[in-house]
Design a protein around this ligand. Structure first.
Ligand code: ADP
Length: 274
């Protein structure tokens, strides 16, 4: 009889404890859900802020670009050599700002899942030629040799978003020039089995092994960049990798180490998996 009472007491007590524990767990879960909701709201507000700020910055920058182009073309009268040099510098700085703003806009599109792609058949050789032309002036300013090495045989067309792949390749070439003080930057479109790609090799500051994967994270920059006094937000590679993966391709870097140059590969399938 006594044993049954003790057993009953223990049973009731453990059931009570179990109920208390469940109630506690439920309370914590509710608190976590509220905190999570608040964080999501904050994160959305941050993304929205980046998006609005970038849109507002883009319009005047595009206007500046238009007017400098008109000045350089001589639409407001003949421009002498000295003025042309200064205007070219303003043009290049403005281009950098436009690219930075574009990276911020891309980041907010990626984070809110609003990035859209328009696939078409693209000739990587043609894209590389056009991009090469836009960088010759910058390379010349830094006294770097910029080379475009085309494959002997014509490449198959890539099934990709033309504007986005141009952005990814341009950022990698921009970096190659930015992080190289002397020597050369070589751009070579290639084919490897059922993939086409672009290889960008430079003789610049290189990348230490421990920084390889971390550089593709958002807002991350190598420790050696400060020494070059090279501006940047550490967004280009992050945005580039996200876009390449969305488009069924990939981007990676190889480097023997600090001060030994880097080679970036941007690769995509000829036929996209539907
Ligand atoms: P940003 O150039 O604005 O810093 P990126 O995301 O394009 O941002 O690059 C991230 C970092 O990767 C750079 O800060 C630099 O440390 C490293 N990096 C990129 N390209 C090169 C390169 N060609 N040579 C050496 N380091 C590079």
């Amino acid at each position: 009889m006594g044993l049954a009472a003790v057993f009953g007491y223990v049973l009731v007590r453990s059931v009570k404890l179990e109920i208390q524990r469940k109630e506690e767990l439920q309370r914590i879960t509710e608190q976590l859900a509220i905190a999570n909701d608040n964080l999501r709201k904050l994160d959305n507000a941050k993304s929205e802020f980046i998006s609005i700020a970038s849109h507002q910055l883009r319009t005047p920058l595009t206007a500046i670009k238009g007017f400098i182009s008109l000045l350089l073309e001589g639409s407001y009268g003949k421009v002498n050599k000295d003025h042309r040099q200064v205007l070219n510098k303003v043009f290049l700085s403005n281009e950098r700002l436009i690219n930075l703003v574009e990276d911020l806009l891309n980041l907010s599109r990626i984070e809110s899942g609003r990035m859209q792609y328009e696939f078409e058949k693209v000739s990587l050789e043609n894209s590389c030629k056009e991009i090469y032309d836009t960088f010759t002036m910058r390379a010349k300013e830094k006294k770097l040799k910029l080379k475009l090495t085309l494959p002997e045989e014509k490449l198959p067309l890539a099934d990709i978003d033309k504007k986005k792949i141009r952005e990814v390749i341009s950022n990698v070439i921009d970096n190659a020039i930015k992080y190289t003080d002397k020597g050369e930057v070589e751009i070579s479109p290639y084919q490897r089995e059922s993939f086409v790609g672009v290889k960008v090799r430079d003789t610049g500051i290189g990348i230490p092994q421990e920084e390889m994967s971390f550089l593709f994270q958002k807002f991350s920059r190598g420790k050696d960049v400060a020494r070059l006094n090279a501006g940047g937000m550490g967004l280009g590679l992050h945005v580039g990798r996200s876009m390449m993966e969305d488009m069924g391709g990939r981007i990676w870097v190889e480097s023997p180490g600090a001060d030994q140059g880097s080679t970036f590969f941007i690769e995509m399938p000829v036929e996209r998996k539907k």
